[in-house]
Design a protein around this ligand. Structure first.
Ligand SMILES: NC(=O)c1ccc[n+]([C@@H]2O[C@H](COP(=O)([O-])OP(=O)(O)OC[C@H]3O[C@@H](n4cnc5c(N)ncnc54)[C@H](O)[C@@H]3O)[C@@H](O)[C@H]2O)c1
Length: 377
């Protein structure tokens, strides 16, 4: 427990937010949540069943100054986790929800001279774009997104920007970012607003660059929930898991309990102030390996992953974060993908509306051009 007692969590009715709220309550904090209960993550305006009665709830939108003015009263520290995440080309909305709203929070704190002392802000691994590589000839490289023409030919690996040769993946540290879509830019923008305004006005601020987070309560109604939801739906209905590209993409999935613990550490440890941290799983896993873990957990190890050559427009080929900076503060990832998958499968099957949202999401993403290629490519 730190010197902060009363905590506001924006987006606290969502996936990471709700696990963070639970941990804060277990640690004895007083918790208020502000969340707009936005569809499709939520059934409009309906508080999810897992929301704890011990937390205070305020329905409000982080783009609304009056909502911040109400929510920040009597608060010592904030977890700002509410965000817009989607694949629609409504570019400005990402900046409105993810960056403008963050600036609004600092504006209200400073204007009203509120005694908020700390803010932990959700950023994203997406800030690194295509990540960091080593070229045997040209050294460390930060490649641009792979050209569409290359993907249509199903040549999936990024190439050295200098010589066009092959590359070896390195773990990305926090030093250099390379965002290449509106979501990534807006999350990095929100993080930098927090760190710069925080330092300027003496509000200790921390940016948390989560890798892909997994565990229970990850909404299966949105388009952006990835392999966990898609593969679970497929194997539970007896279908082979379908991977984008060739399924050999590398990720460092992180368990949501580890993320909640990282959030708590960022709140309580003053050494974290004014820094941005990677929060990853510390283990490289391919999408195909992940699919096999899912199939085995569902009792269907015979369901081998397969690929149709479809790809997500603008997707990163491989990404893996170096979590050394957070480890140096005493945190380490404890949950592996087996644990995330097991917990999710058990939870998902208890949800009355765990229908075939995965194929609906895929169709939707094809319609908006977010998923391309495949048999016709
Ligand atoms: N889940 C991941 O893998 C992941 C990875 C990197 C970063 N992040 C970041 O972590 C944070 C939490 O993500 P999550 O996966 O828990 O998302 P989520 O969609 O489960 O939860 C987000 C919550 O924010 C609320 N919200 C959305 N727009 C709002 C608004 N305008 N005003 C108030 N509330 C609003 C939603 O109703 C929802 O309850 C986000 O900032 C996200 O960008 C998540």
């Amino acid at each position: 427990m730190s010197q902060f007692k009363r905590i506001l969590v924006t987006g606290g009715a969502g996936f990471i937010g709700s696990h963070t709220v639970d941990l804060l309550l277990r640690q004895g904090y007083t918790v208020r949540v502000m969340d707009s209960l936005t569809p499709p993550v939520h059934i409009a305006g309906q508080l999810p069943a897992y929301f704890p009665s011990a937390a205070e709830f305020m329905q409000g939108d982080v783009r609304d100054k009056a909502a911040w003015e109400r929510a920040l009263v009597g608060i010592d520290a904030v977890f700002h986790l509410a965000a817009y995440q989607d694949y629609l080309p409504d570019f400005s909305k990402f900046f409105h929800v993810n960056a403008f709203a963050t600036a609004l929070m600092y504006e209200v704190i400073v204007e009203q001279r509120l005694p908020v002392q700390k803010a932990v802000v959700a950023s994203s691994q997406a800030a690194y774009g295509e990540g960091k590589y080593l070229c045997a000839q040209d050294g460390v490289q930060f490649p641009a997104p792979r050209p569409e023409a290359q993907l249509q030919l199903r040549h999936w690996e990024p190439l050295c920007p200098a010589c066009g040769g092959s590359l070896q993946l390195l773990d990305t540290d926090e030093v250099r970012v390379n965002p290449h879509n509106s979501y990534a830019l807006s999350k990095y923008g929100g993080e930098q607003i927090a760190l710069v305004l925080g330092r300027r006005y003496g509000i200790a601020s921390v940016g948390m660059r989560y890798s892909i987070v997994q565990g229970t309560r990850q909404s299966f109604r949105n388009a952006y929930s990835g392999v966990l939801r898609i593969f679970a739906m497929q194997v539970l209905s007896g279908q082979q898991p379908t991977a984008y590209e060739d399924g050999e993409q590398i990720r460092d999935f992180v368990n949501v309990d580890d993320v909640a613990r990282a959030n708590l550490l960022a709140l309580e440890d003053a050494r974290a102030d004014y820094c941005a941290f990677n929060v990853g799983g510390g283990r490289r896993v391919t999408v195909n390996q992940f699919a096999r873990v899912m199939a085995a957990a569902a009792g269907r190890p015979d369901l081998e992953p397969h690929s149709t050559g479809e790809y997500r427009f603008g997707d990163t080929r491989h990404i893996s974060s170096d979590v050394g900076a957070l480890r140096a503060l005493g945190w380490q990832p404890l949950g592996d993908i087996e644990r995330s998958v097991g917990a999710y499968l058990e939870w998902a099957q208890q949800q009355a509306d765990f229908g075939d949202f995965a194929s609906k999401a895929r169709t939707y993403m094809q319609q908006v051009g977010a998923v391309r290629g495949g048999a016709q490519a």
